[in-house]
Design a protein around this ligand. Structure first.
Ligand code: UTP
Length: 291
């Protein structure tokens, strides 16, 4: 069965981005001039997903607002003949059918996904963690949906990471073999380096079968006292199965200020109208400040 819906949990505290996240949802912090959430939704819709379900905390209405029409602003742009900006706003309004569910208490990612159960229903669905932006010609989630359709199983995106990063990530234990798609025989959230079964970390893209909801509901609190999505997916390893997809392309973790800065610079270097000015400025800064 094909995947039509994506769940995007955004209800976390965003502590690594304080103090701005005191009052601004982390996913609205811009990568240059688009909020971080724009990139996930664009990836989803490019892959044919038509319905986006945001799991929000109270007070985060502005996130869905980004995807809604703003008639006053649009009339202002039309009056000035600013057709390019108007066209872009219209394309954002039309990106997807957006709904929200509220997670009343931040009890972890698994719990956040469970909040979307009624909206997803009994069908496979995608999960995006908007901290992860992947720039790749073929949308990563689209490739994962194709793997799901071939194997009728759960699919998670993975990336090779350095040892220093392992204790803060979800790590998979893949069956022996090579290739970009490998069956998973174990998963562990935030292992000590010595206990890590591989150096392949879970990155925030998932295609999940609806059995995951029962698995989350059964899972107790795991690492950090939170209801972990990793523990629920691990319960599906034997049936219907879990596959890891090592995706191509550039990955940015915009959940931290330095990752956000890298993604922003990458975006700016791709814009011909600002590239030269930015490069000249960085060149001078690097020569004068870096010893
Ligand atoms: P993180 O663990 O990265 O937490 O959540 P966070 O709040 O975004 O950031 P830090 O670690 O405090 O800096 C992974 C994703 O799951 C969502 C977050 O919003 C983020 O998109 N999440 C997490 C929820 O929706 N609810 C939760 O209870 C926990």
């Amino acid at each position: 069965m094909t995947v039509r819906k994506a769940v995007i949990p955004v209800a976390g505290f965003g502590t690594r981005f304080l103090p701005v996240t005191k009052s601004v949802p982390k996913v609205l912090i811009p990568v240059l001039d688009h909020p971080a959430i724009h990139f996930c939704v664009a990836e989803a819709t490019e892959a044919g997903i038509s319905e986006i379900i945001f799991v929000v905390s109270r007070g985060q209405e502005a996130i869905a607002g980004y995807f809604e029409a703003n008639p006053v602003l649009e009339a202002h742009l039309a009056g000035r003949g600013d057709d390019d900006r108007l066209r872009e706003l219209h394309s954002i309004n039309r990106m997807a059918d957006v709904t929200t569910v509220v997670q009343e208490e931040q009890r972890g990612l698994g719990h956040a996904v469970l909040m979307a159960r009624d909206k997803v229903g009994d069908e496979p669905f995608a999960v995006f963690l908007p901290d992860d932006i992947i720039r790749s010609e073929d949308p990563t989630i689209g490739a994962m949906i194709r793997i799901h359709e071939e194997r009728d199983a759960n699919v998670i995106a993975v990336k090779q990471v350095p040892d220093s990063a392992i204790p803060s990530l979800g790590i998979i234990d893949p069956v022996a073999g090579a290739g970009d798609v490998r069956r998973v025989k174990g998963m562990v959230e935030k292992p000590a380096l010595a206990d890590a079964p591989s150096d392949l970390a879970i990155i925030g893209r998932y295609v999940l079968t609806p059995q995951v909801f029962d698995a989350v509901a059964r899972a107790g609190e795991g690492a950090l006292g939170e209801i972990q999505l990793t523990d629920a997916i691990a319960a599906l390893i034997d049936d219907p199965g879990v596959y890891a997809y090592r995706f191509p392309g550039d990955h940015f973790d915009v959940g931290t200020p330095v990752g956000m800065l890298k993604a922003t610079i990458n975006e700016a270097l791709g814009r011909h109208e600002m590239r030269d000015e930015l490069v000249r400025w960085m060149d001078t800064e690097l020569k004068t400040r870096v010893t």
